[in-house]
Design a protein around this ligand. Structure first.
Ligand code: ATP
Length: 238
């Protein structure tokens, strides 16, 4: 995944806000990257542009060789549905559906056949194999987030993009989710990109990219929580 000179402005005239300002960045395939920066620095916009959820005002976004800006809406929807998995802070599970039904909902809505063996493997991988018939309100926050991760993995996406996936979780559940992301990268070679405010969460990544005022403000390979916290302190309020 790659951003080339991407800028994104919201609104126009005197009220315009520049959320991203000429950002170029490549997410190396098969790695775990964390995105950090002060509140309002453009982290979610960065993730949304990479994910094709938001179209940049200028610049180009590539997923592999595919330039997302060149795609018609229907083709972009297909890329979003099959090649990218999303995980959000609020797990966004349907309360009336079981774990298994939640994980397969999008496939069933698009009339795609569900590979039961693959579904079982994915549920096992996120540690939810024994809870496949439970409803979300019978699960802890960490378990619900692991269901959301299983849902993101169902189409065997090239990349999983996560916006504050541990923001609502306690320390132990956060650890489970972060270990799972680490495992996805190390064992399947998929790419994970995660926006976070938490230096400990960021330290699970191979590298941290920092944003400030919509611009790239450095990168930290093999981060430790202390190094990340130190960088963030120098970037301002967070
Ligand atoms: N839909 C929108 N309309 C107008 N302005 C927006 C919109 N989305 C984001 N912005 C503005 O763009 C800037 C960057 O926002 P963004 O959500 O990307 O930052 P962030 O780093 O993810 O913030 P936070 O850590 O608080 O979630 C902010 O000034 C924000 O107010």
């Amino acid at each position: 995944m790659r951003l080339e000179s991407v800028s994104k402005a919201y609104g126009d005239g005197a009220g315009a806000v520049t959320a991203l300002d000429d950002v170029s960045f490549e997410v190396p395939p098969g790695t775990f990257t964390a995105v950090m920066g002060p509140s309002g620095s453009g982290k979610s916009t960065f993730l949304h542009c990479l994910a094709g959820l938001d179209r940049p005002t200028s610049g180009r976004v590539y997923l592999g060789e595919t330039e997302l800006g060149g795609l018609k809406e229907s083709a972009l929807t297909a890329v979003r549905r099959t090649r990218i998995g999303y995980v959000f802070q609020a797990y966004n599970l349907m309360s009336a559906l079981t774990v298994k039904q939640n994980v397969t909902l999008v496939s069933r809505l698009s009339n795609s056949a569900v590979d039961e063996a693959w579904l079982a493997e994915i549920l096992g991988r996120v540690g939810m194999g024994e809870h496949a018939d439970r409803y979300p309100n019978q699960l802890s926050g960490g378990q619900q987030q692991r269901v959301a991760i299983a849902r993101a993995l169902l189409t065997r996406p090239d990349a999983v993009l996560a916006d504050e996936p541990t923001g609502a979780l306690d320390t132990r559940s956060s650890q489970e989710v972060l270990r799972l992301f680490r495992q996805i990268v190390d064992e399947t070679g998929q790419t994970v990109l995660m926006v976070t405010h938490d230096p400990v969460a960021a330290s699970y990544a191979d590298s941290v990219v920092f944003l400030a005022d919509g611009r790239l403000a450095g990168q930290l390979p093999r981060p430790t929580p202390d190094q990340v916290a130190d960088r963030m302190t120098h970037l301002g309020n967070w």
